[in-house]
Structures are given as C-alpha cells and as structure tokens.
Write a protein that binds this ligand. Structure first.
Ligand code: NDP
Length: 495
C-alpha cells in the first residue's frame, strides 16, 4: 500500500518496451471511487498511439515471439508470473484504489490468480499441436495450429488484472503478441503491469498497453487492419458496436459479456449454505455486485420463499460497507459516478414497476458519519427486492451493482422456465441436495457455467464464457488457447 502511495500518480502507455504519454499529450483523470477524488492521470490515447502499439506488437511478433521455441515462451510467462508475485501488493493496491474492489479480494484472489493462471498458460505453450488426418495412401495430411499475429485485448473496469491476465496468458502462450486497452475508469494497474512485464524481461512489444476512451483508442484497435483478433469483456451493447466496427476487417471476435444470472434454491437445499451463497458470495460483497456473473436473480421454491428472504436480508445486514483499502471492509463502492447513477436508477425503478424492497436502497453520503471522506464516494447499500413478475426490468436487465431480486417458483420446470427467460446466458447456481435434479438443471439451463451448492467459482483451467446475449468464445482453459490460434491444413502428395 505504501509502495503504491509513493508512486507518481501519472501513468503512461507501454509501447515497444518504453513508457510514453499519448502522442497528443492528452490525459484523462482516474477517480478514486471511495472518495470521488481524482487521484491519477492516464493517457487519452488515440489512433496514432494505437498505430504505434500495433506496429511494435507486429515487429515483436515477426522478429522474436513467433520464432521463439514454445518452451521459451513458456519460460517468459513464468518469469512474468514471478514478477507479478513480487509486485502483488503494489498491483493489488493500485487496482483497489482505482476501481474500489476491496483489498481483501484483490490480495487474496486477484493477484494470486493472475500469477497462477500465467503459469498454467506457460505450461500449455509447448503443448499446442495439430493433427494428422488419414485421407488416403498417396498423401500425408496434417493440420498446424499457428499464432494469429497481433491480438487486441479490451477489458472492463471491474477486475482489470485478472481478466487481462487470462486473455494475455492464452494469447501469448499461443504465440501472439498483444495490444491491451484497459477501461478508462481503471487503467492504472494494467499500465503498471505493462511496465512490470518489461522489467521482467518480456521482449519489447510483446505486451503493449494503451489507455484511453473506448470510442477512441478502443475503436482504433477494433478497426485496425494490423490486429488479427479481438478478445473483449464488457457490455452486450458495446460488443454489438465492436462487432459492427470489426466487420470491415473481418476479425475473429471473442465476447465475454453481461448476465442476469439466476441462483435457484430448492426446498431440499442446505438453507444456511444457500443464504450465504446467493447473497454475500454472489452479489453483495467482493466487487459490490459489479461482476458479470453476479447472482442478480434468486429463484426460490415457494414453500421456503419467506424463510429464504428473511435469511438473505440478515446476510445483507452483516455486510460491512467501507473503505476498500480497509481489510475489514466486505463491500466497497460502485466504480464511478455514472455507474452509481445507473445502479441507483434501477433501485428507484424497482418499486415503481411493482417490486417490493425488502432491504437496502440507501446510498451516498447518508451512509457515513458527517465529515467522513467516504461521503464523497459512490456507495450503495446491498439491496434486495422481491417480485413474482419475472418480466419486470429489475428482473431482466443487468444492473451491475449490489442489487438482487427474489422470485418464487412452483416446481423444477417453472424454475428452469424463469431461469432461461432472459436474453442472457452466462451462469447459474443450483442449490439442492438432489443429485439427479442437479444434473437435470445442468443440462437444461441455457448458460455457460453452472455451479451446484456454490457460486462464483472460477479457475483458469476451466473454460469460462456465455451463450445468448452473454457472448461467445471462452476465456481460460484449453479452449481459450485454441481460440488464439488459426488452423492451417497441409497436403503433401506421396506419389
Ligand atoms: P463497456 O462495455 O462500454 O466497456 C468495456 C470496455 O470496452 C472498456 O475498456 C471500454 O472502454 C471499451 N469500449 C467502449 N466502447 C468501445 C468501442 N466503441 N470500441 C472498443 N472498445 C470500447 O462497459 P461500461 O464500462 O460502459 O459499463 C456499462 C455496463 O456494461 C455495466 O453497467 C455492465 O452492465 C456492463 N459491464 C459488463 C462487464 C462484464 O464483466 N461482462 C464489465 C463491465 C461492464 P472505456 O470504458 O474506456 O470507454
């Protein structure tokens, strides 16, 4: 923490192994969401900066990275993982300062995950292979898995380091070089990560980090003819813009998008476990519900509805809202004033469309003692609605805050119908002691991940992504490496 505090509050792009400001000299402020105070300046990059970064990435690809032995690429990734471990405290503090993700989560989950997932990808680097295919006796036929070239990585503000490391690890292991565009609200930890990679001896230009606005730097990356693939995590709406803008250069796209993920609680579940799982574990703590997999709908079997709602409200009352740097805090602020307005807008909308507010709803300065620096922060209380109308907007739209809605269901078929009844398909939780039912739901839920008797469990060896409006393609796991390759087919005549 002190290390981060001592650093200058200006962060520059990392391009071709060197730090440099935006060519225009323009900067953007980064706001500490726990106080509302501007604490750092990041480059406001544009097309010329992206051009430089793509050129540096291409040079690194052509002259160094693509021809490196795969095991050597793996060694570089391991060295980067070690460097991340060495700078873990600093990086965790930067991220917590920048986006309000609580320090207990960045230090115990994000940073260890970053280095461990890079080691996973390091181990995979020399295991990528094609196939031989029997076509006939007079030819030898095989496929090669080749690197694509320069991969554009666009990440959101909610967990920049861990989301970026999953994407970087897969892209680099497969032999690509990368230009990374962080979100304007939380760029500092990734700009620093770019420097750490240079200090760790990663060849210049293999990882380039260019900060700026989505519609400027992000768009320049998406439309750049020298970028061979885009991997994007963010909103469904922005993904639609990215898809349209990428059409001109026909890039392969990977989209990890939003969700309205259901937690389904059956009467036979361990209700003590479920109460924690569907509330603090899913949507209230950690990142204040600002996660794509937030369990923002809780479907509860009618016979235990009132009991569960009571238990969930008690869990909400135990949440410790406070400074994200304080290790005793269990829920920090919303990332920005804009996101605060969005979340509180939904909280205000709920009752007007007929949802009943059971707890929460409070926000802003009134949550803290007069004079507290946190009074200027973007804080929202954990909020629980109930509704028997799954069609309400608060039951259908991604809120991306500590807000969830409990919806009763009659039986298993009713639960599946309600669960599948949104445009999203990212994740779901099932709480039951009935193994056969758990398997039926795993089969019938239209989502990319299902957790049974747990929630929000992510591992770099497991593919992660969605269906429907939650996107396509996968982060993590072997699939993410394959998606960072292109397939070549070879035919050798054997006359
Ligand atoms: P966005 O989808 O707009 O942002 C995600 C990333 O895309 C950011 O780096 C952003 O840059 C960039 N971006 C924005 N516009 C473009 C563009 N035209 N071309 C290329 N890149 C672009 O999310 P928001 O930050 O606006 O959040 C809005 C909502 O999105 C949230 O309320 C939530 O519902 C959802 N969301 C989902 C996330 C997830 O994990 N699936 C993560 C974050 C948000 P910049 O921010 O600098 O403009």
């Amino acid at each position: 923490m002190t290390e981060a505090a001592a650093r200058p509050t200006r962060f520059d792009n990392v391009i071709g192994g060197a730090t440099r400001p935006a060519t225009s000299g323009a900067t953007l402020p980064s706001i500490d969401p726990s106080t509302g105070v501007d604490w750092a300046a990041i480059p406001r990059s544009g097309g010329p900066d992206v051009d430089l970064a793509v050129a540096a990435a291409r040079t690194a690809f052509d002259t160094r990275w693509r021809s490196l032995r795969a095991a050597e690429r793996g060694r570089h990734l391991r060295r980067l993982a070690d460097a991340i471990d060495e700078h873990a405290g600093e990086l965790a503090a930067l991220e917590t300062r920048d986006n309000g993700r609580i320090i207990s989560e960045t230090t115990t989950f994000d940073l260890p995950a970053c280095s461990e997932m890079l080691r996973y990808f390091a181990g995979a680097a020399d295991k990528i292979s094609g196939d031989t295919v029997e076509v006939g006796p007079t030819s030898f036929n095989f496929t090669r898995r080749e690197a694509i070239g320069v991969v554009g990585v666009i990440v959101p503000w909610n967990a920049p380091l861990s989301i970026a490391c999953a994407k970087l690890g897969a892209a680099l292991a497969a032999g690509n070089t990368v230009v990374l565009k962080p979100a304007e609200q939380a760029s500092c930890s990734l700009l620093r990560l770019g420097q750490v990679a240079v200090e760790a001896g990663l060849p210049d230009g293999v990882i380039n980090v260019v900060a700026g606005l989505g519609e400027e730097a992000g768009d320049a990356l998406v439309t750049h003819p020298g970028v061979g693939r885009i991997t994007f995590t963010g909103s469904t709406e922005t993904a639609q813009v990215v898809a349209a803008r990428a059409a001109g250069t026909l890039k392969p796209l990977h989209f990890e998008l939003g969700g309205k993920s259901p937690n389904i609680v059956f009467a036979d579940a361990d209700l003590d476990l479920a109460a924690v799982g569907v509330s603090t574990m899913s949507v209230f703590t950690g990142n204040a519900g600002q996660t794509c997999i937030a369990g923002s709908r809780i479907l509860i079997e009618s016979s235990i509805f009132d009991d569960m709602v009571d238990r969930i409200s008690k869990e909400a009352a135990n949440v410790v809202l406070g400074a994200p740097m304080d290790p005793t805090t269990t829920m920090g602020p919303i990332v920005s004033a804009e996101q605060f307005d969005r979340v509180t807008g939904y909280i205000d909308l709920g009752p007007t469309e007929g949802a009943a507010m059971v707890c929460g709803g409070g926000r802003g300065a009134g949550l803290f003692a007069p004079g507290s620096p946190l009074a200027g922060g973007y804080y929202v209380e954990p909020t629980l609605f109930t509704s028997s109308r799954p069609d309400l907007r608060v039951c259908q739209e991604e809120i991306f805050g500590p807000v969830t809605v409990a919806i009763p269901f009659r039986d298993e078929a009713d639960a599946v119908r309600i669960a599948n009844g949104t445009r999203y398909g990212l994740a779901a939780g099932v709480w039951t002691r009935d193994l056969a039912r758990a398997h039926r739901l795993i089969r019938d839920l239209q989502v990319g991940s299902v957790w049974v008797n747990t929630y929000r469990r992510i591992h770099w060896a497991l593919p992660f992504g969605g269906t429907k409006a939650s996107g396509f393609g996968r982060d993590s796991g072997w699939e993410s490496i394959l998606e960072n390759t292109q397939l070549k087919t070879a035919w050798i005549d054997l006359p």
